[in-house]
Design a protein around this ligand. Structure first.
Ligand SMILES: Cc1cc2nc3c(=O)[nH]c(=O)nc-3n(C[C@H](O)[C@H](O)[C@H](O)COP(=O)(O)O)c2cc1C
Length: 226
């Protein structure tokens, strides 16, 4: 079982990356093979809205790094997206990446049946995490993916999902901030539960007779061409 995490933060290895790592760590402990990909390491040009992907299962822009990422998505059983909140939304990097994956669902749902999940991190306590979480989850669902969240089968509800914040508490009117997500025990708990849920969902799909995929094929002769 392969799980791919994609971080849309403009800062590598920081809060969102640590949340994704917590998801992957749990999944690894249950036997999954994992990879964390930082979008900031890749050159991704913006979608030019040429609509080539309405006629072919490919993107017309071939001279950047998007294929390196989508090739990894095609062979993954589960994809976890992470984004910090930028103005109640995903980051520019994440949105740019999303737009460039349009070819994966216009003619066929190429990612259909894979498992998808999302984590978000923001500075403020109610800084737009839920909006951003929904945007990421709607994106995954729009590709025909099965979206799982961090609801725990064994325990009660602690939070809506894997959403972190730097807000700690008020002392008078002074805000005390967390140093980082490592101090946000609730967010990390949600991330670990998400990791467990992703593995369970992939196992359930593997055990069922539901056809998953198509996972590859992007040639004119393939059964998946438009
Ligand atoms: C351009 C920009 C916009 C931001 N907008 C918000 C926001 O709307 N709400 C919020 O709570 N935090 C906002 N933040 C703070 C980030 O969400 C926060 O610092 C987050 O922890 C960054 O994640 P990272 O450590 O993975 O980079 C913004 C930060 C930047 C740089």
């Amino acid at each position: 079982m392969k799980i791919l995490a994609i971080n849309g933060s403009h800062r590598k290895g920081r809060n969102t990356a640590r949340m994704l790592e917590a998801v992957l760590e749990e999944a690894r402990s249950l036997g999954a093979e994992t990879e964390l990909l930082e979008l900031s390491d890749y050159n991704i040009k913006p979608c030019r809205a040429c609509n080539h992907c309405l006629r072919a299962i490919e993107c017309s822009i071939q001279d950047d790094d998007i294929k390196l990422i989508t090739d990894k998505m095609l062979i993954a059983d589960a994809i976890v997206l992470g984004s910090p909140v930028y103005f109640f939304n995903v980051t520019g990097l994440m949105k740019n990446f999303m737009d460039r994956t349009r070819w994966l669902h216009m003619c066929r749902n190429v990612l259909y049946g894979k498992v998808g999940a999302a984590v978000t991190h923001a500075g403020l306590r109610n800084g737009g995490q839920e909006f951003t979480q929904m945007i990421l989850e709607r994106y995954l669902a729009s590709h025909g993916m099965i979206v799982v969240d961090s609801r725990d089968q064994e325990s009660g509800i602690y939070n809506y999902g894997p959403t972190g914040t730097l807000f700690e508490r008020l002392e008078g009117s002074r805000v005390i901030w967390k140093k980082g997500v490592e101090e946000d025990l609730l967010a990390l708990h949600e991330c670990r539960t998400l990791g467990k849920n992703i593995v369970r969902q992939v196992q359930l799909l593997e055990a069922s007779s539901i056809r998953r995929g198509p996972v590859v094929a992007n040639t004119p002769s393939s059964p998946f061409s438009c």
